[in-house]
Design a protein around this ligand. Structure first.
Ligand SMILES: NC(=O)c1ccc[n+]([C@@H]2O[C@H](COP(=O)([O-])OP(=O)(O)OC[C@H]3O[C@@H](n4cnc5c(N)ncnc54)[C@H](O)[C@@H]3O)[C@@H](O)[C@H]2O)c1
Length: 337
């Protein structure tokens, strides 16, 4: 079900569009000057579907916007800095990407970021709900298991909630799983897609290796080792960066891949499928990542968990307690704000 056509190094340059398909989307990046925000904005600047790119941050956006604006692609880039310019940055925007907030340092869990990042996501989403309530909201800021419920509660409070339009971007988990499984089996990685379901932290990340697009089998010990590596891959980067942050370049790649699929689906291309952490009825957790068929209005259809092997059923069950606690923490935060 995953689209092969989005599996190119630069997703945005491979399509030909008919004159009836929308090709003039306005996209905003909130947190555009950061480690993720800058390379993500660069990749978005290469999209033939984007005509306006709005870059918002509390620092450095004039420089980032001036730099990107010299690139010879059609998106017009504008920089906005500081809360007084936030609403202006969101006018007419159809897709909002949010990588604003602090990243992990060695020894930290994603949940340790909650105290700082929860209010950043709440405040940015409040502005989105007021200025561009119909936009697709794509949340990168960790802890995603809590920031997606925060965004949803903010939209509910404002009376403009549409669960089909709020996504936690978990694409990096699939990107990593594709890389590691293809390496382990010496496969052409462009043909390998591993669905990753559940949430986006530690044990809540559930790679469904049994559903890899090219069927693969592993001895149980090897399957467990690969599963743990996918679950801890973010920590691998945090430790290698030794205090200088978490994944930025691979995350920018993953977010641009997700955005390419979303924009193409919004433009009318059929069959665009990505995993993301969304409001869900698939399990007892209120939010859960599964493969989603994307369409003009966001989630067209939740494709669900599919058939799991016994080990993966256990992984889902092991994820539940942490996932539900993370979700509740996000919901309570907005209720008490
Ligand atoms: N979803 C994922 O798979 C994934 C992967 C990696 C990192 N992340 C998360 O993404 C977030 C950003 O990571 P990074 O490495 O880019 O961090 P960074 O510190 O390099 O950049 C964050 C940016 O956010 C800006 N910012 C802070 N407060 C803001 C506000 N109120 N409004 C607008 N901008 C604000 C900062 O000025 C900075 O430019 C972190 O929370 C990190 O944990 C998510």
């Amino acid at each position: 079900m995953f689209s092969r056509l989005s599996r190119h190094a630069v997703f945005f340059c491979k399509r030909s569009f008919s004159s009836t398909q929308q090709q003039n989307f306005k996209v905003a990046v909130l947190g555009a000057s950061g480690g993720i925000g800058q390379p993500l904005s660069l990749l978005l600047k290469t999209s033939p579907l984007i005509t306006e790119l709005s870059l918002y941050d509390i620092a450095h956006t004039p420089g980032v916007a001036a730099d990107l604006s010299h690139i010879e692609t059609k998106a017009k880039v504008r920089g906005f800095m500081g809360p007084s310019q936030l609403k202006e940055s969101l006018r007419g925007v159809e897709v909002v990407l949010i990588p604003a907030g602090v990243p992990r340092k060695p020894g930290m869990t994603r949940d340790d970021l909650f105290n700082t990042n929860a209010s950043i996501v709440r405040d940015l989403c409040t502005a989105c709900a007021e200025v561009c309530p119909q936009a697709m909201i794509c949340i990168i800021t960790n802890p995603v298991n809590s920031t997606v419920p925060i965004a949803s509660e903010v939209f509910k409070k404002k009376g403009v909630y549409d669960p089909k339009r709020i996504f936690g971007v978990t694409t990096l988990d699939t990107v990593r799983a594709n890389t590691f499984i293809a390496e382990a089996k010496k496969l052409d990685v462009s043909k390998v897609t591993v669905p990753v379901i559940g949430g986006h932290s530690g044990v809540t990340i559930v790679p469904v290796i049994s559903q890899t697009t090219i069927p693969v089998s592993f001895p149980q010990e090897e399957r467990e080792r690969l599963t743990k590596r996918i679950q801890n891959a973010g920590t691998e980067v945090v430790e290698a960066k030794a205090g200088a942050g978490s994944a930025t370049l691979s995350m920018a790649y993953a977010a641009s891949k997700f955005t390419a699929s979303l924009l193409e689906a919004m433009a009318g291309f059929e069959g665009k499928v990505e995993c993301a952490f969304v409001k869900s009825e698939e399990t007892e957790a209120k939010y859960f990542a599964t493969p989603l068929l994307l369409g003009k209005n966001g989630i067209e259809k939740n494709l669900g968990i599919g058939k799991l092997i016994e080990y993966e059923v256990k992984l889902v069950s092991d994820a539940m307690a942490e996932l539900k606690a993370n979700i509740k923490k996000g919901e309570e935060f907005v209720k008490q704000s």
